[in-house]
Design a protein around this ligand. Structure first.
Ligand SMILES: [Mg+2]
Length: 239
């Protein structure tokens, strides 16, 4: 990551992964360039699940793997956990209080996940999410709320999130000068897509993302998944 000249920061499901042919074309395209492209994967999956997907889909091993909607970061050749990030995140984190509040909502069902650094639920509808958000705020519980795909509700430590984690990594490696592209397809990607870097909403994106305001830094691809990434790469970084 140090001295990266080109950088792809991408979500996995529905963005990098989802169209095999498009993915093979994108990887072949990067292979044929004179420069190297550093990879950062940023996913809502938990770490083990992300590693399985990487293996299953035979994806290149990234230099940084950000999982659990930006609450966990693994990096380096051995993909070791970044404990400085974890420490910072867990300072004001109150998962028990969040779960307790959530239990009084009929429209929220706890997701069964082997993680403690986020509280994830299936939400019945957006009204439930809104009401829950108000309860969290009036209880003064620090958090970040992410609603994705009309169903997945993640309550995260306030300092976390895909955008915050990506920003942390760019700061850590002083990588702001790299030619970059950020790619995503759903609501939990919004934060990283609106950091102000060249970004792409792939053609198959969820409505919640398609409805976000137009910006010159956000390219709306016509192609789905990895094909959309390549389309946007050529748009922002023609060489
Ligand atoms: Mg996705």
């Amino acid at each position: 990551m140090n001295e990266a000249t080109h950088l792809l920061a991408t979500d996995l499901d529905g963005t990098l992964v989802g169209d095999r042919k498009g993915l093979d074309r994108l990887l072949g395209f990067y292979e044929s360039q004179e420069y190297d492209v550093s990879l950062i994967y940023i996913t809502g999956r938990h770490h083990q699940s992300a590693m399985s997907l990487i293996e299953q889909e035979n994806l290149p091993i990234p230099e940084v793997l950000i999982t659990d909607v930006g609450t966990e970061i693994h990096l380096g050749p051995a993909l070791e956990k970044d404990s400085a990030w974890e420490h910072r995140m867990l300072k004001h984190w109150q998962p028990e209080a969040i779960d307790k509040l959530a239990a009084s909502f009929k429209g929220l069902k706890k997701q069964d996940l082997p993680v403690s650094n986020r509280c994830s639920f299936y939400a019945e509808d957006s009204d439930t999410v809104l009401a829950f958000e108000q309860r969290l705020a009036s209880a003064g519980i620090p958090h970040k709320l992410i609603f994705s795909g009309g169903r997945d509700l993640d309550i995260l430590p306030a300092e976390s999130g895909k955008g915050a984690a990506l920003q942390y990594i760019l700061d850590k490696f002083n990588a702001h000068e790299a030619k970059m592209l950020v790619a995503g397809d759903s609501g939990n990607d919004k934060e990283m897509l609106t950091l102000g870097f060249p970004s792409v909403i792939v053609g198959n994106a969820q409505p919640e993302l398609l409805q976000s305001p137009e910006s010159p830094m956000i390219f709306r691809a016509s192609k789905v998944c990895a094909g959309g990434i390549q389309e946007a790469w050529n748009y922002f970084h023609p060489e």
